[in-house]
Design a binder for this molecule. Structure first.
Ligand SMILES: Cc1cc2nc3c(=O)[nH]c(=O)nc-3n(C[C@H](O)[C@H](O)[C@H](O)COP(=O)(O)OP(=O)(O)OC[C@H]3O[C@@H](n4cnc5c(N)ncnc54)[C@H](O)[C@@H]3O)c2cc1C
Length: 289
């Protein structure tokens, strides 16, 4: 199908974009990579009166290091994240995870800001933002604000943005030394959205886990952290018994749904298997440095 008719504005700076959004209110849609928006328009799931194209706003696509964080512009393409030496150095779990997003053609166009704002329940980048305790910077015609990624994802395809706001930047605090990571996902075919996906980081002090993070996607309406399982791990050495307990806590924490692709029980089973493997990998990598 073809999209319904819409007006089209190429914004050349953020002020121009947010002024257009303020004028149109909930009638406008931001166009970033178009990889989720265009299919939704073509299926006529959305009928915006105007598209505000942000692709030509200079300064929205960057990956920059500060002493304690890495800042990522909202228009940074998935492929740029995947191939960035800075991301590989500070967040290898993100480099690895982003390579699982769709196919290369999609990663060439899709942007981190678009993925977070779209908030597909099985998307990898929202899970990464929640895992890595990202802070999101948002601007509108009336000012700017920041929101923690953990508070941003409200429901399936629903985030803390009011339709006149533009996500401009994602800030990732650097990970402590001796942090290992793990990631796992199951898809039916390469490039599909995950039936279930998990990511974890374990920060060690000697042989003790001093910080644990576990995030999941594809197993509920929105990405989430498994707080109970995280606190089980802290203050302990990782072993088979602890792994089994963490797997149990992860399965308790999620409420997957049955759909065309998999049953809720199968998704719950997968999440447990994946997190068991990811925790072992994180423990190994944490010891390796
Ligand atoms: C065949 C196919 C397979 C895919 N597989 C996967 C997958 O496995 N995993 C995965 O995570 N994703 C997958 N995707 C989605 C892909 O990652 C998209 O790129 C992403 O979800 C949206 O990013 P975008 O830049 O294309 O955003 P767009 O499609 O341009 O926009 C998406 C939504 O976000 C809003 N928006 C965009 N940028 C901003 C901003 N800066 N501030 C506020 N709102 C904004 C738009 O208005 C729109 O509502 C797939 C897509 C396709 C077509």
């Amino acid at each position: 199908m073809k999209p319904p008719a819409f007006d089209y504005l190429v914004a050349t700076d953020c002020d121009m974009a947010v002024a257009a959004l303020a004028r149109a209110g909930s009638e406008a849609k931001i166009l970033a990579g178009g990889q989720s928006l265009m299919p939704m328009l073509n299926f006529r799931l959305l009928r915006p009166s105007i598209l505000v194209d942000i692709n030509r706003i200079p300064g929205l696509s960057f990956i920059e290091e500060t002493p304690d964080s890495v800042r990522i512009g909202a228009l940074t393409r998935h492929f740029q994240l995947e191939t960035s030496p800075l991301i590989a150095q500070h967040f290898p779990v993100l480099s690895y995870a982003v390579a699982h997003v769709g196919h290369l053609a999609i990663r060439n166009r899709g942007t981190i800001g678009g993925s977070l704002s779209h908030a597909d329940p099985a998307a990898e980048l929202p899970m990464m933002a929640v895992l890595l305790d990202a802070t999101l910077r948002i601007v509108s015609a009336t000012g700017s604000r920041t929101v923690a990624a953990r508070d941003f994802f409200l429901n399936a395809l629903t985030v803390d943005l009011d339709g006149t706001e533009l996500l401009t930047e994602i800030v990732l605090p650097k990970l402590p030394a001796q942090t290992g990571w793990g990631f796992g996902e199951i898809v039916r075919r390469h490039g599909d959205f995950a039936l279930a996906a998990v990511a974890t980081t374990l920060t060690l002090s000697g042989s003790e886990i001093v910080q644990a993070r576990i995030a999941l996607t594809g197993v509920g309406p929105t990405t989430l952290r498994a707080a109970e399982a995280e606190s089980l791990l802290v203050g302990r050495e990782f072993d088979e018994n602890l792994s089994r307990r963490a797997i149990g806590a992860v399965r308790e924490a999620i409420s997957p749904e049955t759909d065309l692709h998999a049953s809720a029980d199968y998704r719950r089973h997968l999440a447990g298997v994946l997190i068991g493997r990811a925790l072992s990998a994180a423990w190994r990598r944490g010891h390796a440095g």
